[in-house]
Design a protein around this ligand. Sequence first.
Ligand SMILES: C[S@@+](CC[C@H](N)C(=O)[O-])C[C@H]1O[C@@H](n2cnc3c(N)ncnc32)[C@H](O)[C@@H]1O
Length: 361
Amino acid sequence: MQFNEQEDLYFNFAFTDDGSVGLYNKDVGDVYHSVFGAREEAEDKFISPLNFRNNFFKQPNINVLDICFGIGYNTKALLKRILQEKYQGNLHVDILEYDKNLVTISPFIVDGYFKKYPEISYILATNLIDSIYENKSSLFSIINNYKNFKYIEPFYKSLMKKYHYLGYSYNPCKQNKSFLHNIYYHCISQRNKKLSKGLKIKNFSLNTYFDDARNSIKQLNKLYGIIFLDAFTPSKLPTLWTLEFFNELYRLISDNGVLVTYSNSAAVRHAMLDAGFFVGKLFDKNNRHCGTVASKNCSLIKHPLDDYDLGLINTRAGIYFRDKNLDLTAEEIIENYNNERNNSLLESSSQYIKRYKMEKV
Ligand SMILES: C[S@@+](CC[C@H](N)C(=O)[O-])C[C@H]1O[C@@H](n2cnc3c(N)ncnc32)[C@H](O)[C@@H]1O
């Protein structure tokens, strides 16, 4: 993938291999999405594990916690699945993400869903309309930058332009209504006439928490059937991979809920186990390792950790990050972690892997 360098933005847009837009964060030095496909990554890693639970889409209410929403691929992939399943219940999503620009731009980017499932961006735009309006200056400066043009869905580009230049004759409420009406009229209504069933948009709700997820999580007290954890790579930004953060997720997951993440790290799995979860591995459609699933219910773990994984957890590679009061900086967390590792008498992961292979021969 080729990144589009921009001096003024802390992130760059880029097309990933499946044609969907991905991002690179210059400050963290990490990608937000797989270069092989932002959309496919979300579907493979975050949605397919939900198959493990029978009748999942028969429940009347589904609560989702999308941690690190970014430009929303995990929630979008879930919405696609919900539309395909013709889910008739209530879906509520709580979004924890400190970057308002990303969340508010999410309905409008080229994500590969718009042609077949315009409902997805409409549902998101409808539920994010107040934040979109509040953030409009920043949003327009991103969208109207010629370098970003190709990353924005053409229909939205022209609609945004119209509202940016002409829309100020309305009051905000009227403007928002008319903006959403345009989307509905052009993209959804024709399709809906043909569909007898489908997501009832009024049954979808969404809350946004634009803050450090460690602060937001303390305010939450509902139980979630699905938790997506899609933070930056643990070694680059450890704040959302600590034992104490997993303790909070354990508090918030329902008895039959699943927590899914792309990370295969032994330390992350160890922290999940110590927080009380049953933990298993995820495989993508090509049977490659693609992440970790955790639950309070062991029957929802299709591929539990095997002897090799459990052994690895008991090496230095299994030492996890700590953040007692969920308030340390990333640097402090890493420093404490390095101290613990350097003073540890545990076997190194390379020694363990060598020994494991020898014993297996
Ligand atoms: C790997 S990206 C997630 C990509 C995202 N799921 C998507 O579909 O676009 C990580 C995201 O975590 C957010 N983030 C990182 N640390 C955070 C924190 N402490 N609290 C809230 N959001 C955070 C970043 O802004 C970024 O959008």
